[in-house]
Design a protein around this ligand. Structure first.
Ligand code: SDX
Length: 457
């Protein structure tokens, strides 16, 4: 089903200026399901007033047909298909095709798409030298931001954003090359040679192969790990207008090339409030150490004066459960069970932490439930990934979501540059004063900026 145009509702909302009695009717737009929107596009032109919504808690930045989330009911659908169905019956490249081309592939489409992705997994050999410019201890997300942005310096035949064929080529290249870049970043950090992709492996198998194989011996990908990896990739593929996807859309609205836009999405995902949470969860579970310490950390998370938050808990949209966390929890148990690690101490701490938090008034009253990141790290750790690679895996998976939203936006004839306004709260006006007439009103910053004695006064 093609995405519909927003429908102008018969209903309107009327604003009344209670100082003048003036009224203004706001049109209402409807989509297929979910909340309607107030169309405020003419508000500033007609009334000279902005709306105010830092953090965009009540703002629809666009209309989209890719992903639907119902935070109250814990529903996540991609092009109408529930995430639970996709996680159980599809593979990651099926979901990539669905997000990019609006429906699940036929057998022929699946074969063609998989062939295309498989044959774009290698990097230009000159790009392989870029990794050597980083310190060995560079965070792999720093490397991902750099290398992905640099793709635009190599693949000039897929940077014309108004050529549909070049948009498709850039999309396939990005989906295909992200695992290779991520695996090279990992190999470089541990001083091992890069492992090139193989065309006889599936997407998830290839990722694991490039991560963990060495040139000195045969490496068989563990099928349990490959299946778990593929499911984790599906669960992270897209999630509506989250921070990194909104970053990609805003970068793309300036007509920047797709590689630069995806690099901006990687940078945004890196934050611990967003995609960096999976790494932060494992670090938190390690810091908790034993179930006896859980209550202390719960109290810290509840203390408004303590910046500590329960990582992997809470979500801007899900005010019941995150359906991905439910699937992830089952997958974590399956993988650890199949590995004979049912008594994994971190899993025990995570389950106990969840049990205690979900009974605690603070978390219940604020609708704080485990999110997609709470259990994913346990699986990734069991597979053998270091924690600093967790967000890289999130970025590998989310690339298809980012590029699908970018493609949807660029292909929209009404697309225009995103340019939010503000409520100005600074100085209204000041007369310029020559430097000789300016008095020091604040502590001089130089004393600690350039290594001087810390200003004690
Ligand atoms: C992802 O948007 C997406 O879709 C993101 C994502 C995707 O797939 O793209 O789903 C992936 O980013 C998942 C979220 C991963 N982040 C974490 O797990 C970090 C821990 N969680 C929080 O930082 C927080 O819950 C956020 C960032 C996820 C959501 O923040 P919001 O919506 O801005 O909520 P908030 O910070 O305003 O919190 C509301 C209240 C606050 O208390 P009050 O000020 O009202 O008293 O809940 C409290 C917060 O202090 N709170 C928490 C908490 N999360 C929120 N208290 C303790 N621990 C937490 N984890």
């Amino acid at each position: 089903m093609k995405r519909i145009d927003p429908i102008v509702s018969e209903k309107t909302f009327t604003l009344t200026n209670n100082a003048t009695g003036e009224t203004y009717d706001l049109p209402v737009l409807e989509g297929t399901i979910g909340p309607q929107v107030l169309d405020i596009r003419a508000l500033y032109r007609d009334l000279g007033i902005f709306t105010y919504d830092p953090g965009f808690t009540s703002t629809a930045s666009c209309d989209s047909g890719i992903t639907y989330i119902d935070g109250e009911k814990g529903i996540l659908k991609h092009r109408g298909y529930p995430i639970e169905e996709l996680a159980s019956h599809s593979d990651y490249l099926d979901v990539c095709y669905l997000l990019l081309y609006e429906d699940l592939p036929s057998p022929e489409e699946k074969e063609q798409f998989n062939w295309s992705i498989t044959h774009h997994t290698m990097l230009d050999d000159q790009l392989m030298t870029f990794f050597r410019g980083f310190r060995r201890d560079a965070h792999p997300m720093a490397i991902m931001v750099g290398i992905v942005g640099a793709l635009s310096a190599f693949y000039h035949d897929s940077t014309d954003i108004y050529d549909p064929m070049q948009r498709m080529l850039a999309s396939h290249r990005l989906i295909a090359k992200m695992p290779t870049i991520g695996a090279c970043a990992y190999k470089y950090s541990i001083g091992q040679p890069f492992i090139y992709p193989r065309n006889d492996l599936s997407y998830a198998e290839n990722l694991l192969y490039m991560m963990f194989a060495t040139p000195s011996e045969e490496y068989q990908v563990n099928p349990i790990f490959a299946k778990a990896m593929d499911r984790i990739l599906i669960l992270h593929a897209d999630h509506e207008q989250n921070a990194s996807t909104s970053t990609v859309r805003l970068a793309g609205s300036s007509q920047a090339n797709p590689f630069a836009c995806i690099s901006s999405g990687i940078a945004s995902l890196w934050g611990p409030a967003h995609g960096g949470a999976n790494e932060a969860v494992l670090n938190m579970l390690g810091e908790i150490g034993t179930s006896e310490n859980i209550l202390e950390f719960i109290e810290r998370a509840k203390d408004p004066s303590d910046p500590f938050r329960l990582m992997g808990f809470g979500h801007r949209v899900y005010k019941s459960f995150d359906p991905r966390a439910t699937v992830m929890k089952e997958t974590a148990k399956e993988v650890l069970n199949e590995l004979g690690m049912v008594d994994d101490p971190l899993l025990e701490i995570a389950q106990e932490l969840e049990r205690i938090a979900l009974k605690d008034e603070y978390f219940v009253s604020k609708n704080l439930y485990p999110n997609v990141d709470f259990y994913s790290g346990l699986i990734l750790k069991a597979i053998g990934f270091p924690t600093n690679m967790f967000t890289v895996l999130f970025a590998i998976s989310r690339t298809v979501g980012w590029i699908s939203h970018w493609k949807e936006m660029i292909g929209d004839p009404d697309n225009r540059i995103g340019r939010p306004r503000q409520l100005y709260t600074g100085e209204a006006h000041r007369e310029f004063a020559h430097v000789t007439h300016r008095k020091h009103t604040k502590k001089p910053i130089w004393s600690w900026l350039w290594g001087g004695k810390k200003n004690e006064s």
